[in-house]
Design a protein around this ligand. Structure first.
Ligand SMILES: O=C1O[C@H](COP(=O)(O)O)[C@@H](O)[C@H](O)[C@H]1O
Length: 245
């Protein structure tokens, strides 16, 4: 696993512009090398702002050959504006020529799987397993991550079974301390299957968590500390989020 590197920007807009440009470079290079690219999107304010920046300039990306996954999802009805999928569509996916078959959304609470979050998580696990490279091989080109002020990433919160999960790649969370309580999430072992893990973090309220994770704290206390990419782990921070480094 790679050690963290830090890129600091004057504000969150500059951060999102730079992360979007880096995303284009990695996806285009992956498509040149392997024909397709695979990315994992994040929810959260800075993550969604970065998708909007990507919509404004996605360079030579062939969107029809990008597999799109989600790091986590709030288990809510289909059109709920709090769903990360709904926000990602509005910010990016509805505006670029993605192949709908390659957009791997997590289930909603009122879809064909009804309201069974365990079945929903198992179904997403199957989607990932069908796509995943063998153990030890990278599965995703990029995994984007937002981070909460207490260090959560995806729906992996401090001092929970979810952050300790060491085998399953996808799990259901039913007691998220941040609403809504029911979520589906990729785990740390899934995040660690990405070549590139990129944190998109802005704001002074995230500064303590960023410093702790970058300085090697435990994932139990600061889940973001456990998220590392195979080739690179990059922290895109604005100056406020970098203020305790
Ligand atoms: O609930 C969530 O929060 C995190 C961080 O969000 P932010 O708005 O504080 O940046 C996000 O990464 C995650 O996908 C989302 O479900």
């Amino acid at each position: 696993m790679s050690e963290p590197t830090v890129r600091t920007f004057p504000d969150s807009a500059a951060l999102s512009t730079a992360a979007a440009a880096a995303f284009v470079d990695v996806v285009v290079a992956a498509q040149k090398e392997r024909g397709t690219a695979s990315v994992v999107l994040t929810g959260g304010g800075t993550g969604i702002a970065t998708l909007k920046a990507l919509r404004e300039n996605s360079g030579d990306v062939d969107w029809s050959a990008v597999h799109v996954f989600f790091g986590d999802e709030r288990f809510l009805p289909e059109g709920d504006g709090e769903r990360n999928y709904v926000q990602a569509r509005a910010a990016l996916l509805d505006h670029v020529p993605v192949d709908a078959d390659l957009v791997h959304a997590m289930a909603s609470s009122d879809g064909p799987l009804r309201d069974d979050i365990d079945v929903a998580a198992a179904t997403y696990l199957q989607a990932i397993a069908a796509f995943a490279a063998p153990d030890g091989e990278p599965t995703f080109d990029i995994h984007l991550l937002g981070m909460g002020g207490e260090g959560h990433i995806n729906s992996l919160f401090p001092h929970t079974d979810a952050v300790r999960e060491s085998e399953r790649l996808v799990i259901a969370v039913t007691d998220s301390p941040k609403p809504p309580p029911r979520r589906i999430t990729l785990t740390l072992p899934a995040v660690r299957r990405a070549r590139q893990v990129w944190f998109l973090v802005a704001g002074e309220e995230k500064a303590e968590a960023a410093a702790a994770a970058i300085n090697g704290a435990s994932a139990e206390d600061w889940p973001s500390a456990g998220a590392k990419g195979i080739d690179e782990t990059v922290w895109f921070l604005d100056e406020a989020a970098a203020s305790q480094l």
